[in-house]
Every structure is written in structure tokens, then in C-alpha cells.
Ligand binder design. Structure first.
Ligand code: GLU
Length: 549
């Protein structure tokens, strides 16, 4: 029996050849750039997925290429329902355009190089695996879980490298007749292993775009390429097949796959397929007790991109942050191009950050504050509203009811020389906005901070009555307003400054009046600029609130 007959026996249902598929999915043109993001639908959208997707998408778009979303769902036990929709809605939310993938409703495919779910590509994989078996590059293996355990235990005890190689690859050198005999006894529970030609102690040389030339120990393991049970391929085989058929030019993927490259190169060689360009992206790290470590899916909320939006960061700010850790040139570019968003920046894949990128809240806050400070008041309104619709519907309703009042309230001191850049995230916006609404004011007033000690209600009510007579907040600029307030305060025995206060035994200082007004108007000691706040609120509302003692 020859290898081809063995392949026919193991895959009787496969009647296509790999050439059929190569014809079915033709070249997209010699220089057409194709990148893809290939998440496994095992839960939430990992920040690393967005990081790699941004690089791949930007690079493809810069070169008028194609960016694909491929769902790597061969681990059926870990597949979570709804995860694909979650990926797609995140790409939409982040405005990261995807050209091909399961993008139609019900995850139907867009594009001619699908199916884009690996679980729908079983027949394709079987064709390619059959080809490897027919050419002597792969073989069936019936090692039982117990046998695997004892191999592992022995390797551990003898401090040998783990894996199925040398004498441990029990099924590698069987005759085809022996395979057939075993297959007839047990046609279900076998795996297919790749027959590695790698030699122990030898090194391979390959190139990664960001890291340059890499020397790495060659792969000597006969790794599994098709699992028993569901007979789906492992990641490795699927990578080689899919990236070949989808005509991926650049494989942008996490650094954790770097050590698998020697094995992947062996498979490309066995098929005689060209190898795509590899771009292994830095892992995102966190400092924990002074040490850097990988983000943990279970322990670190930051591993889920949605966490940042729930924490109130605007999506553009998070994209700016990711870009700044992707490419160190981005931050200075941002400073030079304050009005442009990241899509105007050209990524150079050779220059990408190749060491671990850090989750750094100083940088996250800085970049997000910068973003929220630079957009127009209308844009700030729109983005806050969009965020609030998802995370704070009651605020969204309030904003929706009074758009112009809200925009004026948000706009206080923004884009002026005095701009205190008040907002780093949407929770800051909420804190400085909510009290503007009258219905909220009534609620917040019940819990407002105590007024300064030297302020008694009777004096203040009198003060308020008098102040109402002279205040013309619309007709005065800030200087005039403040000069008037100081003079008026003096009349009511509030000193204009410290010196007067000490020398003349005043009731208090003008600052106390200002604090009184802040608390009365905003139910808080920290408010936007008092003068501007009064202007936005309008005289009638201001005095209603001042009297609400
Ligand atoms: N499914 C793999 C992962 O989530 C994708 C790696 C790749 O992009 O090839 O890590």
C-alpha cells in the first residue's frame, strides 16, 4: 500500500485536490497587501486583538489592500455564543473597517475567500491534510492519553524537551499496512501528525519584519495537525492553509506565536507554498508589584477592550493610546497634527514596537484628556451622548432633552487660554454636567456639601436679594463681574482679600461668597468656572438656586 492509498482510506470523502482550491481562491495580484485578524471566539474582545487588528488594518488600507476578519473557532469546547457578534460590533464601534469576513447579519460572509469561520472549512483542511499524508508528510497516530501522560512524565524526569520526536514518535515509522490495520480496529480516535524533518540541535533562520533576522532552534516535534473527535485542524495547520488560500501577504499576530514559526515554515515547505511575511506584535504587559507581566484574561480587567469604554474613555482616545504604544513616532505626530485622527498617520511596520507594550494609566489619561480637550463642543456632546446611551441612559435622556444648554455647559472655558482641560473621561463630563439640569439639581441639593461656617442663611438671603438687583451676567465680562462681586461683597462685610480680612475683622472673604455660590448652584465645591457657569445657567435659574437654602 502506498501513501496515496493510505490517504484515500483516511479521507474517503475528499475528492478535491489542493490545486482545486488554489484555483478557486486565485492570487489577488502580485503586490496586493492582505492582512487579517484571526481571533478565537472564546469570550470578550482582547485588547491584544484590537492592537494587532489596528496594525493589520492600517497597513492594508495604506496600501489599498484588504483586511480580513477570520474566526478561529476550531476549539469548539471554548467557543462562546455571541462572541463573533461582539467582535464585529467592536470593530464597528471603533470604526475599524473590515473588508472581508462574517460581516452580514447572522454572520454571513462578505468576500470571495471564505468561509471565514474555520469551523466551516473542514473539508478544505481535510483536502490539505490528505495531501500531506499522500506525500508522506503526515501520518496517523493512535497514542492514547495514558501513553501521552507517561511520555510527558518520562521527559520531565529526564529533563528532556517535551514533545513527540525521536523514539517518542511511536507511530512515525510504522508501515502503511500497520496504519491500516490499526485504522480498521479504531477508525475514530486517532490524530494526524506532521512528519517533521527538523533535526535536533539545528537552527533555522527566518525574518520577522519588526524584529529582523531570527535564529531559532528548528522544530523537531511531530505536532498534531488534525485532532481526534471532531477532526478539526489545530491552529498551526489552519494558519498555513487559510493564509495561503486567503492570499494573506502579511501575518500580523501576537508574539506568542513566534516560537511556532519554525514548525509553520516546515509545513509551507512541505506544501511548496510561499511563506507570508511575518509581523509578530508586542504583547501588552502590566506592571504588577514592580515587575512586568503579561495581561491575564482572568485577573486583569484591562485585557478586555470593553473595560476601557465602561470606564468612560472615548474610543478615539483608546485608539490614540494603542497607536502610541504600537509606534513610538505616533505621540510626536499627534502633537504636530492636533486636528487629525490616527487614520492620517502612516504606520511603518519595520518600526513597530517589538518589546512589550505597557498598560500605562498616565499615558492613557494623558492621551484621552488630550482627545476630549481637542474636539469641538458639538463633537463632545455627540460622543458623550453616544457613550451615555450605552452606559448612563438617564444622562443621555437629559442631554437629549436640552442639547443647546448641554453644549453650552460642556463648552465652559474650552478652547480658551484658560482652558483647564476638564475632561479625561466621560465620568468627568458627567460630574461636571449633571447638576446643570434642574431635575438633577433638586435631587443633588439634598446631599450638597455644608456651606462655609461664616455664612448664615439670613445674611445670605439678604445678600442674594441685593445681588439680584445689580447682577448683569450677560452684560459684563469676567473682570467686570469679579470687580463688582468684590465691591458688593465688601458692603456685606466680605473682604476682597486676605489682608483686608485680617486687618478689619470682616465676616469672611469674597472666596466664601464664591464657595457659597458654587455649592448653591452646583451642589458641589468643585465646579467649572463660576462666572461662566452663571452665564450658561441664566439669571433666573441662578437666583432660584441661590435661594434654595
Ligand atoms: N486565533 C489566534 C489567536 O487568537 C490567532 C493568531 C493569528 O493571528 O494567527 O491568538
Amino acid at each position: 500500500m502506498n501513501n496515496k492509498e493510505l490517504a484515500d482510506l483516511l479521507f474517503p470523502h475528499i475528492d478535491k485536490t489542493i490545486e482545486d482550491y488554489l484555483t478557486m481562491y486565485p492570487s489577488r495580484g502580485d503586490n496586493h497587501i492582505v492582512t487579517r485578524v484571526a481571533p478565537s471566539p472564546t469570550g470578550f474582545m482582547h485588547i491584544g486583538t484590537v492592537y494587532s487588528a489596528l496594525i493589520g488594518q492600517r497597513f492594508a488600507e495604506q496600501n489599498k489592500g484588504t483586511f480580513i476578519l477570520r474566526i478561529e473557532d476550531t476549539d469548539t469546547a471554548r467557543t462562546v455564543e455571541g462572541a463573533v457578534d461582539d467582535f464585529i460590533s467592536h470593530f464597528n464601534y471603533l470604526s475599524i473597517p473590515v473588508n472581508e469576513g462574517p460581516l452580514w447579519p447572522n454572520n454571513a460572509d462578505i468576500g470571495n475567500y471564505g468561509p471565514y469561520h474555520q469551523s466551516h472549512r473542514k473539508e478544505i483542511y481535510h483536502t490539505f491534510i490528505k495531501h500531506l499524508v499522500a506525500n508522506g508528510h503526515a501520518y496517523p497516530c493512535w497514542l492514547s492519553p495514558e501513553e501521552m501522560d507517561s511520555i510527558r512524565a518520562e521527559q520531565r524526569a529526564l529533563k528532556k524537551a517535551p514533545g513527540i520526536y525521536g523514539n517518542y514518535s511511536v507511530w512515525r515509522n510504522k508501515t502503511n499496512e500497520e496504519y491500516v490495520q490499526q485504522y480498521q480496529q479504531d477508525p475514530e480516535w486517532f490524530v494526524i501528525r506532521f512528519r517533521s524533518e527538523g533535526k535536533l540541535g539545528e537552527k533555522v533562520l527566518f525574518e520577522d519584519v519588526t524584529r529582523g533576522k531570527i535564529h531559532m532552534a528548528d522544530n523537531v516535534n511531530d505536532n498534531v495537525i488534525m485532532k481526534s473527535g471532531d477532526k478539526l485542524p489545530t491552529y498551526h495547520l489552519a494558519h498555513v492553509v487559510d493564509d495561503t488560500l486567503m492570499r494573506t501577504s502579511h501575518v500580523v499576530r501576537g508574539e506568542e506565536w513566534l516560537t511556532s514559526v519554525p514548525f509553520h515554515l516546515q509545513m509551507f515547505e512541505a506544501f511548496t507554498f510561499p511563506v507570508p511575511v511575518y509581523v509578530h506584535t508586542a504583547q501588552i504587559l502590566k506592571v504588577d508589584e514592580g515587575k512586568k507581566r503579561k495581561l491575564s484574561k482572568r485577573k486583569d480587567p484591562e485585557s478586555d477592550i470593553a473595560y476601557f469604554f465602561a470606564s468612560g474613555y472615548p474610543k478615539q482616545g483608546i485608539l490614540d493610546y494603542l497607536m502610541s504604544i504600537i509606534d513610538s513616532k505616533y505621540e510626536s505626530w499627534m502633537e504636530e497634527n492636533p486636528d487629525k485622527d490616527y487614520t492620517h498617520f502612516t504606520i511603518t511596520i519595520q518600526d513597530l514596537n517589538s518589546s512589550g507594550a505597557l498598560v500605562d494609566y498616565d499615558k492613557i489619561n494623558h492621551v484621552n484628556n488630550r482627545y476630549l480637550s481637542r474636539i469641538s463642543n458639538e463633537q463632545l456632546y455627540t460622543e458623550t451622548l453616544e457613550w451615555a446611551e450605552q452606559f448612563m441612559p438617564d444622562l443621555a435622556q437629559l442631554m437629549h432633552n436640552e442639547p443647546e444648554y448641554t453644549i453650552a455647559a460642556l463648552g465652559i472655558e474650552r478652547h480658551t487660554d484658560q482652558d483647564p482641560k476638564r475632561f479625561t473621561n466621560f465620568f468627568d463630563v458627567e460630574k461636571q454636567l449633571r447638576f446643570f439640569y434642574d431635575s438633577e439639581f433638586m435631587r443633588l441639593a439634598k446631599e450638597k456639601p455644608a456651606l462655609p461656617d461664616n455664612i448664615d442663611t439670613k445674611t445670605m438671603l439678604h445678600f442674594v436679594d441685593e445681588y439680584e438687583k445689580i447682577l448683569d451676567v450677560d452684560g459684563m465680562d469676567k473682570m467686570e463681574w469679579f470687580t463688582q462681586l468684590k465691591e458688593f461683597g465688601k458692603k456685606h462685610w466680605f473682604a476682597a482679600n486676605n489682608r483686608e480680612f485680617k486687618e478689619w475683622g470682616y465676616n469672611g472673604k469674597v472666596g466664601d461668597i464664591a464657595m457659597f455660590m458654587r455649592i448653591q448652584l452646583a451642589c458641589s465645591k468643585q465646579t467649572p468656572d463660576l462666572y461662566h457657569m452663571m452665564k450658561v445657567m441664566g439669571k433666573e435659574r441662578v437666583f432660584k438656586r441661590l435661594r434654595h437654602l
